[in-house]
Write a protein that binds this ligand. Structure first.
Ligand code: SAM
Ligand code: MD0
Ligand code: SF4
Length: 363
């Protein structure tokens, strides 16, 4: 659908997608197998057309707050897995409140509260509810939570206390690969938490890793798996080997596969949120991801922050350079603009309106 197509016809492909055309598995195979620069540029071109139709030149910005890096899990890819002998921190409520005040002054549409599966919060979820309530109180902004797997009752309570979005990445929907990545964790429980959240008032984000031994067929399983969950936001991130982890010795792939998958996601989820994460390659990397069809910039951290990212391309850097001011400056050079808060709120509210039509389980 891309290779032997001139730019005129590419615009027709974009039109078809906008009008509801669904990609077949063979389409996905063709797109994911592209290697020549010329074809990949064509794919990005179609993805941008589709994105621009739904979002124009408007981009959403999320602030990232990793408030506890303690974790009881042992994900093979993650720097913060419990076996890694690293320095960790857990912010107290006052520290979190101060960060929330600072975030309020930044130009962002949502705050992402992320933690490892820290027993301090997971065993006493009341403490996490308090964090969410505090950040809501201080910022008044929509809140994304990325806490790992939590049970239904707690998710409901978190939602009532201000959590709007649940980010919970399956990493892969290929069960065999999942067992290698998230050893000892339940595939179904992770999927269920997202499904429950979606049916109970949250917007949800699913995501996959690439460069972790996923071939094209495995990637297709993941893309279809994400499709089934009807997420509001879908992500792909390149796996970056982390010191001290079981996958430390794996080679880091280029971002080519991620960029292709971002475009494919745009064709499969034309009007959904797709992030360009700053966490992998900073602002230069953001530009490539937006050019591949993304429409959200995530992992914004203020320049004076000492908190961690996840992959943290800037772990060794003296000064961070992924604050909202620098992001917006670069967006403008690309002819893009931050969207208004009202535009973002409308997207979040759409999910709530859709929900009024199905019964909500109260726990
Ligand atoms: N602990 C929670 C959890 O696991 O759901 C929240 C943290 S979660 C937002 C961290 C995400 O970053 C993972 O789900 C994974 O997709 C991504 N990630 C972690 N380590 C990575 C790595 N080395 N390379 C690329 N992505 C990574
Ligand atoms: C990011 N470091 O967007 C963040 C993180 C968690 N919801 C997001 C992976 O790259
Ligand atoms: Fe813990 Fe999340 Fe890292 Fe897994 S990805 S080790 S759950 S912080």
């Amino acid at each position: 659908m891309i290779k032997n197509t001139d730019y005129q016809d590419l615009n027709t492909v974009a039109e078809e997608i906008i009008n509801g055309r669904k990609l077949t598995d063979d389409n996905l195979r063709e797109l994911l197998a592209l290697t020549e620069e010329e074809y990949i540029q064509k794919l990005h071109h179609v993805a941008r057309k589709v994105r621009d139709h739904f979002f124009g030149n408007r981009v959403f910005l999320y602030s990232f707050v990793y408030f506890s890096t303690y974790c009881k899990n042992n994900c093979a890819f993650c720097y913060y897995n419990r076996c890694n002998n690293i320095r960790r921190y857990r912010l107290n409520l006052e520290q979190i409140r101060n960060i929330a005040r600072a975030v309020k002054k930044e130009n962002v549409h949502m705050v992402d509260l992320t933690m490892g599966e820290d027993p301090y919060f997971h065993n006493e979820p009341e403490r996490f509810i308090e964090v969410v309530r505090t950040v809501k109180e201080e910022t008044g902004l929509p809140i994304m939570i990325s806490p790992g797997v939590m049970d239904d009752r707690i998710l409901s309570r978190l939602h009532r206390n201000g959590a709007d979005f649940l980010a919970l990445y399956q990493e892969t929907h290929d069960r065999a690969l999942f067992r290698k990545l998230r050893a000892g964790q339940s595939f179904d429980k992770r999927n269920h938490a997202r499904e429950f959240a979606r049916n109970n008032g949250y917007c949800i984000e699913d995501g996959i890793l690439t460069g972790v031994g996923n071939d094209i067929e495995s990637t297709i399983i993941s893309l279809r798996g994400m499709e089934k969950g009807q997420p509001d936001m879908v992500r792909v991130m390149t796996f970056v080997p982390q010191e001290g982890t079981p996958f430390e010795g794996m080679t880091r792939g280029s971002s080519l596969s991620e960029l292709k998958i971002i475009s494919v996601l745009r064709l499969m989820f034309p009007n959904k949120l797709i992030p360009a994460s700053l966490d992998l390659e900073g602002i230069d990397g953001m530009v490539h991801r937006l050019n591949a069809g993304a429409n959200v910039v995530t992992s914004i951290i203020s320049s004076d922050s000492s908190l961690e990212g996840v992959v943290n391309y800037d772990r060794e850097l003296e000064k961070r350079d992924r604050d909202s001011k620098s992001v917006i400056k670069r967006l403008r050079t690309m002819g893009m603009e931050p969207a208004s808060q009202a535009e973002f709120n409308r997207i979040i509210e759409k999910q709530q309106v859709a929900l009024l039509r199905i019964p909500v389980v109260t726990l």
